[in-house]
Design a protein around this ligand. Structure first.
Ligand code: FAD
Length: 283
């Protein structure tokens, strides 16, 4: 189980993949996983239903990671995707019986196909409600999400961290942050988190920018700040994709080294099925 790794193999180095979209060849992800395996990550997480991906594939991919690659798989699950407790029980039973004992419990955002009324009427309101029922069902290693730059619906950092504390007290074993590019923001967040008595490992989430087009998406989806040094590199190389990637990878490596020198519990790389990116950062 992942929670045991923090005693044995700290800092952890993890990766994240997503199920390919319906019209994409699913074998691509299995080929990528075979290559990720050579990097010996501590665990690989698999997203659930985000960005229009097919939720059905999440289980199959997590099972491949756990049972074929022999790497701890962390399955994401969102409240938005759970119609009732029976669905949750079946999903968890399936995971548990297949040797997948790690779950990232999330609220999720409103899927495009879901009406406001349907989303508002979801069975579990917050990730903390889901954590509670997961805990009662099986002895999973449970992860939660957190936001160094504040979740967009929270009134402020203190409120968001007070809510995070509720989630952790329901039984979260470790946290993974939303991606960020400014380490100082993370250190400030971590001080606050520790200050309210949250003691579980917190894994900073890093995502190298691989193209100019991606910048708008990243900022739009996560609301993250792009520090001056990175913004200048993006501007300088916006018409030169190869150099932009090189500069962005160099930035991520520098960011990672600084985090490691501050004694972080691990690094979570939003590798998103990109083998060359994971290799460039972790090799
Ligand atoms: P919550 O913890 O429920 O928090 C949401 C908001 O409610 C916050 O503003 C919080 O302050 C507030 N809140 C929380 N608990 C309470 C409470 N008990 N009482 C009152 N207010 C409360 N999305 C996907 O669809 N699929 C994925 O696979 C996915 N993976 C992710 C992985 C990571 C590491 C991260 C950081 C995010 C991921 N997301 C994913 C996005 C995530 O679902 C969204 O950011 C979502 O808006 C919030 O989810 P959460 O679990 O943090 O929610």
């Amino acid at each position: 189980m992942i929670k045991d790794l923090f005693h044995k193999n700290r800092p952890t180095y993890s990766l994240e993949v997503f199920p390919p979209k319906k019209d994409t060849d699913v074998s691509v992800i299995y080929d990528a996983l075979d290559e990720f395996k050579a990097l010996h990550p501590s665990f690989i997480s698999v997203t659930y239903g985000a960005g229009g991906n097919t939720a059905e594939n999440t289980f199959a991919i997590a099972s491949y990671i756990q049972n074929q690659c022999g790497i701890e798989a962390l399955t994401h699950l969102t409240c938005a995707a759970i119609p009732d407790k029976l669905f949750l029980t079946n999903f968890l039973t399936n995971l548990y019986r297949n040797g997948i004992h790690n779950l990232l419990a999330l609220r999720g955002d409103q899927p495009l196909w879901m009406s406001d009324e349907q989303f508002a009427a979801r069975y579990y309101e917050h990730a903390s409600d889901l954590v509670k029922d997961v805990r009662e069902a099986y002895p999973f290693s449970v992860a939660g999400a957190c936001y160094p730059e504040i979740h967009q619906e929270a009134a402020g950092l203190d409120e968001d961290i007070a809510n995070l504390k509720i989630k952790v007290e329901e039984g979260v074993d470790f946290l993974i942050t939303q991606l960020f590019y400014d380490n100082e923001t993370f250190y400030h967040f971590l001080d606050k988190v520790r200050g309210v008595g949250i003691e579980v490992p917190v894994l900073p989430g890093l995502m190298p920018i691989t193209s100019f087009g991606q910048v708008k998406n990243i900022v739009g989806l996560s609301g993250t700040k792009i520090p001056k040094e990175l913004a200048e590199a993006i501007e300088k190389y916006k018409d030169n994709p190869a150099d932009l990637k090189k500069a962005s990878l160099a930035y991520t490596k520098k960011q990672m080294e600084d985090l490691l020198s501050h004694g972080v519990d691990g690094i979570h790389l939003y590798s998103m099925n990109k083998v060359e990116i994971a290799k460039a950062v972790y090799e």
